[in-house]
Ligand binder design. Structure first.
Ligand SMILES: [Zn+2]
Length: 468
């Protein structure tokens, strides 16, 4: 196929932007980039797709996602919520803990559908619990055509700690169950879908009181099998207090001592991280997933993104989840990444659109360990890209395509998605998933889950008048 007549933001090492460019795809690879007529002459037999002057760029990579929470959109606002963690402990966990495998599958399908429709072509799932049914969710990803690193949850806490944390029984698993579950999933799914699927360890937070030897075992297994690891890290002040109890200045230092840091590790949030932690992340090649929309919704302190980038940390972007963010639209969140940093520094001279786009594409690919394959439009790389339709009021005119993508576009502007050389979405229709069925399935399930979980009182603070 030849995709022609596009403004191509390549994200190549020279960060070139090609005006009225074209690219040719053979199989799953980009084989040529250049001027349209030149490519027509070179590949006479190839099907041609006119991009109508729209913007073509690498697919976005979301490095922090909770697929199971997608069905819980909106639950953490409104009445009956008091404390900071109420939304998690009294809403999210009981609901998730009451899922059947079919519920988790429905939520994951909704999540993947929303990500594809907003230009995300690859993601890291951080906490897939045993009750969700790993195989079902891997199957959803496989069929949808998306790239996914699926973090299977691992924990090692006592039943007493579980009660103290108010963790729902449905979400509790023994260390043995978790590790075996992760290794079985790795044996079965690693590299499925032409290498699109990876299986990772999704470590529960250190602050949950996990046995320290868990992290040693995960570190060892990760190196032995080259499995990725992701973990929530340095989110709030309470994490620092917990680190002090363990005899450390930070939980990053605690996990580093247990061999958990390295190029296959992604630390999510890092809001209260210190200079020492940035240098540890940079020197070990550890990536960070910055989730600005989630952090600002919850009211956490702004992550020190500019400082982390200056220290040489590979910082990528994450949407996180719908209870804490409401959408899985990473394109919408790009501007928030800039807003949050500029407010924190009280200047517009930080976090330019170019930096944000690097975080959402090539840095995300590096976090997933696939920056040699995707994350930029280059000859020889896999064809993972999106086309943003600029024929709309919010994207007219385009003075600066990078600024338009980062500050003016949103998920609904994505017109086409190509992953591994396959057209996954065209004219906003996802060709690999049945959108109507997925939405209907979630609409019939979400209230059933609430009833099973015994969670009520979800809604606005204002009265709802039911008219018959
Ligand atoms: Zn998270």
């Amino acid at each position: 196929m030849i995709f022609y007549n596009a403004t191509i933001i390549t994200m190549n090492p020279r960060r070139e932007i090609i005006s009225r460019g074209a690219l040719a795809v053979t199989g799953n690879r980009i084989v040529a980039i250049g001027e349209s007529q030149q490519l027509f002459d070179q590949f006479r037999e190839k099907k041609r797709i006119n991009c109508n002057g729209n913007i073509l760029l690498p697919g976005l990579i979301d490095t922090h996602v909770h697929t199971a929470q997608c069905m819980l959109r909106g639950i953490s606002e409104g009445k009956s919520l008091d404390g900071l963690s109420d939304w998690l402990v009294t809403r999210t966990w009981p609901l998730q803990g009451s899922y059947t495998e079919a519920d988790a599958r429905a939520s994951a399908a909704l999540c993947v559908l929303e990500m594809l429709k907003s230009g995300t072509t690859g993601f890291i799932e951080c906490l897939l619990a045993g009750i969700y049914g790993f195989d079902n969710i891997a199957e959803v990803c496989l069929q949808s055509g998306i790239r996914a690193a699926l973090g299977r949850v691992v924990m090692d806490i006592t039943p007493e700690q579980k009660d103290q944390l108010r963790m729902h029984p449905g979400m509790y698993e023994t260390r043995e169950e978790c590790i075996n579950g992760a290794l079985t999933a790795h044996d079965r799914w690693e590299n499925a879908g032409n290498g699109r699927i990876q299986v990772w360890f999704g470590c529960r937070s250190v602050g949950d009181g996990n046995n320290p030897t868990l992290y040693e075992e995960v570190g060892l297994l990760s190196r032995k099998r080259n499995m990725g690891i992701t973990i929530h890290m340095s989110e709030q002040q309470s994490d620092i207090a917990y680190a002090k109890k363990l005899g450390y200045d930070s939980l990053t230092e605690f996990v580093h001592d247990r061999g958990l840091l390295g190029p296959r590790t992604v630390l999510a949030h890092f809001c209260v991280s210190t200079e020492k932690e940035w240098h540890l992340a940079a020197s070990t090649g550890t990536s960070v997933s910055h989730c600005p929309a989630n952090n600002s919704t919850i009211g956490w302190s702004p992550a020190p993104v500019t400082e982390m980038l200056a220290a040489g940390v590979n910082v990528s972007l994450g949407v996180d989840s719908t209870p804490s963010n409401s959408n899985m639209d990473l394109l919408r969140d790009l501007r928030i990444a800039s807003h949050v940093a500029r407010m924190a520094h009280r200047t517009r001279n930080v976090m330019p659109s170019e930096t944000i786009l690097e975080m959402a594409t090539i840095n995300g690919a590096r976090a997933m360990g696939i920056d040699d394959q995707v994350g930029s439009i280059e000859v020889g790389k896999k064809a993972d890209f999106i086309i943003i339709n600029t024929d709309s009021p919010n994207l007219t005119p385009v003075w600066n395509p990078v600024a338009s993508v980062v500050f003016a576009s949103q998920g609904n502007d994505v017109d086409m998605v190509v992953i591994d050389g396959q057209i996954i979405m065209q004219g906003r229709k996802v060709l690999t998933m049945n959108e109507e069925e997925i939405l209907d399935d979630v609409r019939t399930r979400y209230l059933q889950v609430a009833r099973r979980a015994g969670v009520s009182e979800i809604g606005p603070r204002w009265p709802i008048i039911k008219l018959s």
